[in-house]
Design a protein around this ligand. Structure first.
Ligand SMILES: [Fe+2]
Length: 305
């Protein structure tokens, strides 16, 4: 259960899986040691007090550990907290990793819920495992959930890359005529097509690496370890994903499959839609904008670019 979905009542049972936000080791006034673990998910954060007399579990934890916690809810000085009975560090959680992204890393709960839904809709278990492993990779996820998609072109604000990637996912999900495997592969390719931006983009501009390296050149490098795992689980899927991402990098010089074309189209569509939205943000309706399509639209798109 999410942090904020619990019933906030004295003595009520508290149980669930969360990410560790912060750990503190302290002493009571009688010099008894105890530990405070701040638990968080996409809904919020709550401190769990581990009193060593009653608490069973590890006494050393790290930030971003995923833990299963059992305890009771209580309030102190009008603040809600958990008295933890037990805590276990999980290597892999059965909870969708998108839902455990700390709220302080990505405040866009709407995007993370959307992401969780997209992951749940992947029908091939091996591909779903592949995606979850990537989303559980803190080094990747902490940046994927925050970096803008561009400096000033489109989705140029915090979490813009995630928003743009999810728009691409939505486009390929709606494409008729695909079988389940093709749809799954297109969704995963669209979701991570801009993962290179975690190294090339930053809030307010580009990283030093971004000046030298195109983000598309980094996709297979960043996802390399995870692709190797997929090579064992479902080799054909790993080949297709590499094909799509390398097509996006090389462009028309490389022969492409229809799936690569579809992901490239979704990418362009999302970027252009965002540009249009920005260009016409001050217009009352789309209708007023298209009245002067030839002049007004082109001029505004030029200004937005
Ligand atoms: Fe893109």
């Amino acid at each position: 259960m999410f942090v904020m979905d619990h019933v906030f009542e004295e003595g009520i049972c508290f149980e669930g899986q969360y990410r560790v936000a912060k750990v503190g080791h302290k002493y009571t006034r009688y010099h008894n040691p105890y530990m405070i673990v701040h638990l968080q998910d996409i809904t919020g954060i709550i401190p769990a007090y581990c009193w060593y007399g009653r608490y069973h579990g590890p006494k050393q934890l790290s930030t971003h550990d995923i833990v299963h916690v059992c305890g009771t809810m209580n309030s102190f000085l009008e603040n809600w907290q958990v008295s933890a009975d037990s805590l276990e560090v999980l290597k892999e959680s059965d909870i969708n990793p998108s839902l455990l992204v700390p709220v302080d890393i990505c405040p866009r709960r709407d995007l993370l819920v959307h992401l969780a839904r997209a992951v749940d809709q992947i029908s091939a278990p091996s591909l779903q495992r592949f995606v979850k492993r990537i989303l559980n990779d803190d080094e990747i996820m902490s940046r994927f959930a925050t970096v803008p998609a561009s400096g000033r072109y489109h989705h140029n604000y915090p979490s813009g890359t995630l928003e743009h990637s999810l728009e691409c996912v939505e486009v390929v999900q709606r494409m008729p005529g695909l079988n389940n495997s093709e749809r799954d592969l297109a969704v995963v390719a669209a979701l991570f097509h801009d993962i290179g931006k975690i190294r090339t983009n930053k809030i307010g501009g580009m990283t030093q690496e971004g000046f030298w390296v195109h983000h598309n050149a980094l996709t297979c490098e960043i996802l390399g370890d995870h692709l190797k795992s997929l090579d064992c689980d479902w080799p054909d899927a790993a080949y297709v994903l590499r094909h799509i991402w390398s097509f996006l990098h090389k462009g028309p010089t490389q022969s492409r499959s229809s799936l690569a074309g579809l992901v490239a189209y979704a990418d362009q569509y999302s970027a252009e839609r965002a540009q249009e939205k920005a260009a016409f943000a001050d217009q009352k309706t789309w209708k007023t904008a298209v009245k002067d399509l030839n002049g007004n639209l082109r001029m505004r798109l030029r200004e937005a670019a």
